[in-house]
Write a protein that binds this ligand. Structure first.
Ligand code: MN
Length: 211
């Protein structure tokens, strides 16, 4: 098997009380694992593209053979999106937000957010609007767009911003499987809790990589 489920860089209960352990475990071992398995099954049918980096396949999704294009889009997207998502959250962020719930990100990404959106609160409002506005399943993103500027975006299902030539900096999974056990139908409550687990030092790394 080419792709493997990445290990989480923290325990399933590490993001408590904001994201519950049971949700994290199912999300990682069932949902993410299924994307990996289905992606591998699709690529087995086309060994000639199996060695290409997944990011490249997603960036040129129309170049993927038609019979596996939807599978690569959905399951390849699912794999890269979740792999990204796990790394921008951390128990250190939970501890930091408990100590100072109103802290704003510093560093280059903090400055770029303020420069682009006017204030961190403005960015937060725009991001929350995108996240609550996803109809059905999808993701909210902070990306670097094709113009080189930060922007808030959303994608449906497991679509990746890479397919729109955007580079991800931050993302939030708003599929019901990401929050339903704890927050039930309250997606807004989930989003509000999620800010407390965002590790801005990791987002800073992603921002620098994307630039
Ligand atoms: Mn998910």
């Amino acid at each position: 098997m080419k792709y493997e489920l990445p290990k989480l860089p923290y325990a399933y209960d590490a993001l408590e009380p904001f994201i519950d352990a049971r949700t994290m475990e199912i999300h990682h071992t069932k949902h993410h694992q299924a994307y990996v398995n289905n992606l591998n099954a699709a690529l087995e049918k086309h060994p000639e593209i199996a060695d290409k980096p997944l990011e490249e396949l997603l960036a040129d999704i129309d170049g993927v053979p038609e019979d596996i294009r939807t599978a690569v889009r959905n399951h390849g997207g699912g794999h890269v999106n979740h792999s990204f998502f796990w790394t921008i959250m951390s128990p250190e962020a939970v501890a930091a937000s408990k100590a100072n719930p109103n802290a704003e990100p510093a560093g280059e990404v903090g400055k770029a957010i303020t420069d682009t959106f006017g204030a961190f609160a403005e960015f937060k409002a725009a991001f929350e609007k995108a996240a609550t506005g996803v109809f059905g399943s999808g993701w909210a993103w902070l990306v670097i767009g094709t113009d080189g500027k930060l922007a808030v975006a959303s994608t449906a299902n497991q679509d990746s911003p890479l397919s729109k030539k955007q580079k991800p900096v931050l993302c939030l999974d708003v599929w019901e499987h990401a929050y339903y056990l704890k927050h039930n139908a309250d997606r807004k409550g989930y989003i509000g809790d999620w800010w407390n687990v965002v590790d801005w030092s990791k987002v800073e790394e992603k921002y620098k990589e994307a630039k």
